[in-house]
Design a protein around this ligand. Structure first.
Ligand SMILES: [Fe+2]
Length: 387
């Protein structure tokens, strides 16, 4: 019995030790890392002693050595305290060098009272958080560094919040687009396919990812004005009356009214609402002519027409690629921007393949999916780093 109790106690003790060491490891991993740069050994040691209780400390004895530390550990460093007067490279030179690549690291400069020039340089080039006057008072230093770490955490959480909002925005857009596609049963998947064809054209045009992402958003939302069109008109299988056609046409202008309520995407609202404008000025809703039509809307127009012609409707089968292709090329200069048709000719074979497997191609071309996926991956792989 006694032996068992002893064994039990021993195993509990082991368990306790194990938990404590894990807790300690976790605490270590969550600590902020601070880089101290100073050529005076005693000063460096004093700062290190003052801060090491709460933070992981890295040290360097001059700017050049500090750059080497930054190269290896830059992403793990929250704050830098650097002396101004050092051989090889002074404090402001060192901070200016890393300022662009590491804007979020909180930067502090140790200066003498007379070092006015360094202070001005610090403001202009290094985005300094604070000066610390020499000689260093450990109590003051602890407080200043703690304020700096608070500012660092605030910036981090602000960025996380912005990313979360961005993700929410994209997810909402995709849901709206899917809801639209579901509402219009005859053109099932239309918004996503139009977006896909627009992405293919935009990529061929060589736009950067941020602009392509906006074109993708415009594609997903281009028919959002159809929310206001009665379903019996939207889903009417036969020919529309003139009056019904006029109602359908209102969806273009309707897109702008709906999207205008979001200030940050007003330009996208204009692109989306202009997808039925024609190069020759005979389109709607504003009869824009030629280059008056925003470029993304000219992309959407080609993508929209290609999908309208090639996709199956319940009352008719989609036209073959060759027929749609010919018709689109024939409308160069009348319905479509001739320059855009030249791009279309280059990628028409990708259109043909994408129409067969739009889901696969959409995943390949989508920038929105990628930016959300990247964030998800970052969440999974984000591990606290040991300094
Ligand atoms: Fe439309």
């Amino acid at each position: 019995m006694l032996l068992n109790e002893y064994e039990l106690n021993q195993s509990n003790l082991e368990k306790f030790k194990y938990l404590m060491s894990n807790l300690e490891k976790e605490r270590e991993q969550n600590r902020h890392t601070i880089l101290i740069v100073d050529d005076e050994f005693d000063n460096l040691q004093l700062i290190k002693r003052t801060l090491r209780r709460k933070y992981n400390i890295l040290t360097a004895s001059d700017g050049v050595e500090a750059l080497e530390v930054i190269e290896k550990e830059g992403n793990n460093i929250s704050l830098i305290v650097t002396d101004q007067r050092m051989p090889k490279m002074n404090g402001t030179e060192f901070l200016a060098e890393i300022s662009e690549a590491y804007p979020y690291i909180i930067k502090m400069l140790l200066t003498g009272y007379t070092d006015l020039e360094a202070m001005v340089e610090g403001v202009n080039k290094c985005n300094l958080f604070q000066y610390i006057s020499k000689p260093v008072d450990p109590g003051d230093l602890e407080l200043i560094v703690s304020n700096g770490i608070d500012a660092y955490e605030l910036t981090l959480s602000k960025n996380t919040l912005l990313n979360d909002l961005r993700e929410l925005f994209f997810t909402t857009i995709k849901s709206i687009s899917s809801a639209l596609d579901a509402k219009d049963t005859y053109t099932h998947g239309h918004s996503h396919r139009v977006t896909l064809f627009s992405l293919i054209l935009a990529q061929e045009l060589g736009f950067d990812d941020a602009y392509i992402e906006e074109i993708e958003t415009a594609g997903l939302l281009h028919d959002i004005g159809k929310i206001g069109v009665p379903e019996d008109i939207l889903c009417k299988p036969g020919k529309l009356t003139d009056e019904e056609y006029e109602i359908i046409k209102q969806h273009a202008g309707g897109a702008k009214k709906i999207l205008d309520t979001i200030p940050s995407i007003q330009h996208i609202a204009i692109w989306a609402s202009s997808h039925h404008e024609r190069w020759d000025g005979k389109g709607y809703p504003n009869k824009m002519v030629g280059e008056e039509i925003p470029l993304p809307a000219r992309i959407l127009a080609v993508a929209d027409t290609y999908d309208a012609m090639t996709s199956n409707r319940s009352y008719r089968k989609g036209l073959p690629h060759e027929v749609a292709r010919e018709e689109i090329i024939n409308c160069s200069g009348s319905q479509f921007d001739p320059a855009m048709i030249e791009v279309f000719k280059k990628v028409e074979d990708i259109f043909r393949q994408a129409a067969i497997d739009p889901v696969k191609f959409y995943n390949e071309y989508s920038r929105l999916n990628k930016s959300i996926e990247d964030k998800e991956t970052a969440k999974v792989t984000e591990q606290p780093q040991e300094a």
